[in-house]
Design a protein. Structure first.
Length: 259
């Protein structure tokens, strides 16, 4: 038995598949959809065997196309810290640029020579290098201004709190250890202590306000349908309580009919 299958290119759309199949004993083409597709890892339940053809293999399978490396998660504190450090770094560059320009202007106005490279012994520092513009006052002046900018960058280095990130990591590391010994989070049934999988997200626990879960503790589907919930003495929604659940042979629910 042979045939030909024309289908879409490999993609990550699990719930979508388009193609056609042609067999020698039929002159027309039969369409293929996602109902005719068995994904990698699927199990047969209602039949013992199926006839099929492999359309995607290896890294071209839809499952592999959807698999991605875990992304590094940043806590709110880390985001605020990174933004603050970025702002300080920009301020440092601006201050260094302004100080370098003002320093160069001051040297030009206080010097009687056009070649500012002769001041402060800078000529002796760069004379050993083969600059193509070593005897060009304009180019040497630009080099001196760049050196002034770099000097002020080193002077303003303390503005950037380099040790802040190291201190935060150490604090979070020891905080995760203390959290593991917290008896308020000890599971007596399984005799297990709390364990922090990612110490950089410790402070995020204090930001949790609501926890959504089904009866098994995990969501079995990506669709959550709002029914009912209560916060304190206030109830939201029109869901049915467990004692008000309708019988299997009743197609409607009316509280007035219940005694």
């Amino acid at each position: 038995m042979d045939g030909e299958i024309l289908c879409e290119k490999p993609n990550n759309a699990i719930y979508k598949f388009e193609g056609t199949v042609r067999v020698p004993f039929r002159f027309d083409q039969s369409p293929l959809s996602v109902d005719n597709l068995l994904l990698r890892g699927s199990s047969l339940r209602n039949t013992e065997y199926v006839y099929g053809a492999v359309v995607f293999t290896g890294h071209d399978t839809k499952v592999m196309r959807n698999s991605a490396s875990s992304k590094y998660k940043f806590s709110d504190l880390e985001k605020q810290t990174n933004n603050a450090i970025a702002i300080v770094l920009v301020v440092q560059v601006i201050f260094s640029l302004i100080a370098g320009i003002l320093g160069y202007v001051w040297i030009v106005f206080t010097s009687n020579s056009v070649d500012v490279c002769q001041m402060n012994g800078l000529q002796n520092q760069i004379q050993g290098y083969r600059f193509p513009f070593q005897h060009d006052p304009c180019h040497v002046s630009f080099v001196y201004m760049v050196l002034l900018f770099g000097t002020w960058v080193l002077i303003f280095t303390n503005l950037v709190p380099i040790s802040l990130m190291v201190s935060l990591e150490l604090v979070k590391f020891f905080q995760a250890i203390f959290m593991g010994y917290d008896m308020n989070m000890f599971d007596e049934e399984q005799q297990m202590q709390m364990r922090a999988q990612a110490s950089n997200l410790n402070e995020q626990l204090g930001q949790v306000e609501y926890v959504f879960s089904d009866k098994t503790g995990t969501l079995t589907c990506n669709i959550m349908e709002f029914k009912k919930f209560s916060a304190g003495t206030t109830k939201y929604g029109t869901g049915i309580r467990a004692d008000e659940k309708q019988e299997d042979n009743v197609n409607f629910f009316d509280p007035k009919l219940q005694q």
